[in-house]
Design a protein around this ligand. Structure first.
Ligand code: THU
Length: 263
């Protein structure tokens, strides 16, 4: 494991110079980033994403883990954090039944169940889904990614794909946790991913709720949509109902915004 204690300069550069500046921290002004190492040497980034509703913050490490799950990557080797890993972050990882993380250094946890040898190569990002050609195609792709939802608590799959103005496409699924306060919805997951890859602003968000004809973004997601994707078009696909188009502003009129805090 000693190799992990000696993070090469390229990993330090990736973490501190490339990923950490992408953190959305208008309130604390304290950028944080984490990198999740996959078995093929790919690093999945996660940055801290703050909300005007402070408690809706997406911590960096949770952001990286939930992004990996959306990408259907579970071959986790290690997590590296820009700041000493807090007890809360450590608990998030160690209580996740998908892995067996142990803290081996103030900034590093390794996944004990992995048998692969970590390679500290500089590979980012993982392969993302191909481009979206029409709303129908976006909805189809969102429905497809619901298969990757990690839902041992609710068995209620939700999936998203988002498209940026320059054509990048990112997936997001709901990711559950034994501690329900750490559960991240599909919409907030994909927003955290877009921030971590530096891919805001978003053009279109396709949301799929295949099992609920009346499924709709929860209040927490509406808040983050207004804050991080205010100009996006949102398509909602619910069970057998025809898709419906809406927008973050329509979903949350009179939203509480960061500007009200002087940020
Ligand atoms: N969920 C979402 O993914 N998006 C929403 O907007 C509503 C709720 C997820 C969270 C949790 O995994 C499950 O659905 C039940 O709330």
């Amino acid at each position: 494991m000693s190799i992990l204690y000696k993070l090469g300069p390229e990993v330090q550069e990736l973490l501190h110079e490339q990923v950490m500046p992408l953190a959305h921290v208008p309130f604390s002004k304290l950028p944080r980033a984490a990198l999740l190492l996959l078995s093929d040497g790919t690093w999945v980034p996660g940055v801290r994403v703050e909300s005007a509703t402070f408690s809706l913050v997406i911590p960096a490490m949770l952001n990286a883990v939930t992004t990996a799950l959306s990408l259907h990557r579970l071959d986790w080797v290690a997590v590296v954090s820009s700041a000493p890993v807090s007890l809360a972050e450590e608990a998030y990882l160690t209580e996740l039944p998908l892995a067996s993380f142990t803290k081996v250094h103030p900034h590093i946890l390794i996944n004990g169940r992995t048998s692969s040898v970590p390679t500290l190569s500089h590979r980012l990002p993982p392969t993302l889904p191909e481009s979206i050609t029409s709303p129908k195609d976006g909805i189809k792709k969102a429905r497809h990614v619901t298969q990757h939802a990690y839902i041992p608590e609710s068995h209620f799959p939700v999936g998203c794909v988002v498209q940026t103005h320059d054509g990048h496409v990112l997936p997001g699924v709901n990711v559950e946790h034994p501690n329900w306060s750490h559960i991240l919805c599909a919409e907030r997951n994909v927003l955290g991913t877009a921030v971590s890859y530096g891919l805001l602003p978003l053009k279109t968000i396709y949301l799929s709720c295949p099992e609920a004809p009346l499924g709709t973004p929860c209040g927490a997601c509406r808040q983050l949509l207004v804050e991080l994707a205010p100009t996006a078009t949102l398509w909602m696909d619910r069970a057998t109902n025809p898709p419906e188009q809406t927008s973050p502003d329509l979903l949350l009129p009179g939203a509480f915004r960061g500007s009200m805090l002087g940020s």
